[in-house]
Design a binder for this molecule. Structure first.
Ligand SMILES: [Zn+2]
Length: 502
């Protein structure tokens, strides 16, 4: 009987976040030792279930190891990374000879002392199973694609959509390609081209929507193309291999793969301005807000302090500016300050307290604010509707100060629905603006009540000001930091063409 080994281990590491990703970060998200597929399948992490089902339908034996996913934050603590890695490798040793190993990875995990966790995990698996066992991985496009990963794995496959709505489909495709490899029907080889670009690619709108269409076209119109991916990159991971890359997996047709990978890079390059055009400077947005008289509130996305991408979510830059400019009737949520939350709970609803609010986690959060505030409301938890799921807030308090309504939370959670303001008694219609510490997950919930949605180019651990991310390890030769990151290649071409070195 053929045997499949599966494991899942991932984190999206924001190396600029001072918050360590420790054991608690996994326990609060997903952590199951070998029995994850016994829980109901969810849209969030379906791959393990999909692979078990497909393998068992083929009459294969399935050996299941760890499933671990973390709430996004800073680097994974070395001992935690080491113990989960060891757990997977021990299970793989104990499983005995396997025919296929499939890993569900994120792709942007950075641990203390290891910048390329995925390359490291693939290498450790390869060392155990040897060169002939099929080794494949499914990854989130917010990943750092390294040469090591490409050299060691047989097949790497990525979700195409952001928001990630296509995980199950991609998991199935990976299994199919791996199965055809096991029967000798195909021999996967991977071709990569670097976009030399750091940006975000929302595939629900142009230009990234057209990129997905091109990927599908590559897969459908070329018989030797097994899979085509755009690795978006994760801008806030300071590692050498950070950035967008095109990856084409072909049936032993490396040259075609390279041609198509380069074609994809050309497509993205020509559409590059469209990927950053929707961010607004903070001061421009505040000017709009100060002038606003009536109508529905503006919704301002404080992209730079989104806990969902690893930021602390206690940044004070915008509140400070609102105070400085005496702008009132603005509600802000959610600011992570468990200490202030505790003071508010102890003082009780209606109390007035002096607080040193936010700005505590580190320099990325700005300065703390010394304020006198009224505890307008307290709640143990608010369940925010989010598609078919709900996202809890856990304990929250509404603080009112200087005409501002600030929702403070105890656990780092992202706002995805205006219920976080409504349940605490904020009169939404009376606000000039709602400021949400979120990148895009807030959109469905807030769009219906918004006059206009503005994505802020604000500071913080996930600033969308891609030209200014303070990389130390990543090369600075990327767009939009430089206008033409391919200039060196062109110069080399000209030199070669001229046939002289002067
Ligand atoms: Zn992602």
């Amino acid at each position: 009987m053929a045997k499949l080994f599966i494991a899942s281990f991932g984190a999206e590491t924001n190396t600029f976040s001072p918050i360590p990703t420790g054991i608690q970060s996994f326990e609060e998200a997903i952590l199951a030792h070998g029995k994850f597929t016994q829980t109901p399948m969810s849209g969030f992490l379906p791959s393990m279930h999909v692979w078990r089902e497909m393998a068992e339908a083929q009459g294969w034996e399935v050996v299941e190891s760890l499933t671990a996913a973390a709430i996004p934050a800073g680097k994974v603590v070395a001992s935690v990374y080491g113990s989960f890695r060891d757990e997977i490798m021990c299970d793989l040793q104990e499983a005995g000879p396997c025919d296929m190993v499939l890993l569900n990875l994120h792709g942007a995990m950075v641990a203390e002392g290891e910048d390329d966790c995925e390359g490291d995990l693939l290498k450790a698996c390869r060392d155990i199973v040897g060169p002939d066992v099929i080794l494949g991985a499914l990854l989130d496009p917010h990943a750092h694609l390294t040469d090591k990963m490409v050299d060691i794995a047989d097949i790497l496959h990525f979700y195409k959509e952001y928001p990630h709505t296509d995980i199950s489909d991609r998991a199935r495709e990976l299994f199919d390609i791996a199965l055809k490899t096991s029967t000798g029907d195909v021999k996967p080889v991977m071709s990569v081209a670097d976009c030399r670009m750091v940006s975000m690619f929302l595939t629900t709108q142009e230009p990234a929507k057209g990129v997905v269409e091109q990927l599908v076209e590559f897969e459908q119109s070329h018989p030797t193309v097994l899979a085509a991916s755009l690795v978006h990159g994760f801008p806030w991971g300071d590692v050498e291999d950070n950035g967008a890359k095109a990856l084409i997996v072909t049936d032993n047709d490396y040259a075609l793969g390279q041609v198509l990978a380069n074609r994809l890079v050309d497509h993205i390059w020509s559409a590059r301005d469209g990927t950053i055009s929707y961010y607004t400077d903070l001061d421009d947005a505040l000017a709009l807000l100060a002038d606003k008289q009536d109508g529905k509130p503006l919704v301002l996305a404080e992209f730079g302090d989104n806990s969902g991408a690893g930021a602390p979510s206690d940044a004070t830059y915008i509140i400070q500016k609102l105070l400085d400019q005496y702008i009132n009737d603005v509600a802000i949520g959610m600011l992570w300050d468990p200490m202030v939350l505790q003071m508010a709970v102890n003082a009780g609803e209606g109390a007035e307290i002096d607080v040193r609010l936010g700005g505590k986690v580190g320099p990325v959060s700005g300065e703390p604010l010394d304020l006198t505030a009224r505890v307008a409301a307290l709640r143990d938890n608010i369940n925010q509707p989010f598609g078919e799921r709900t996202v809890p807030t856990e304990r929250v308090a509404l603080l009112e100060t200087n005409g501002l309504s600030i929702v403070v939370n105890e656990k780092r959670r992202q706002p995805v629905h205006p219920i976080i303001f409504e349940e605490l008694g904020v009169d939404i219609a009376a606000q000039r603006a709602l400021i949400v510490k979120s990148s895009n997950h807030f959109y469905a919930g807030f769009a219906p009540i918004a006059d206009q949605i503005i994505y802020l180019k604000s500071p913080g651990a996930v600033t969308p000001d891609f030209a200014k991310i303070p990389y130390r390890k990543r090369s600075l030769n990327y767009w939009p930091r430089v206008d033409d990151p391919f200039a060196d290649l062109r110069r080399a071409e000209v030199k070669k063409g001229s046939g002289t070195d002067g």
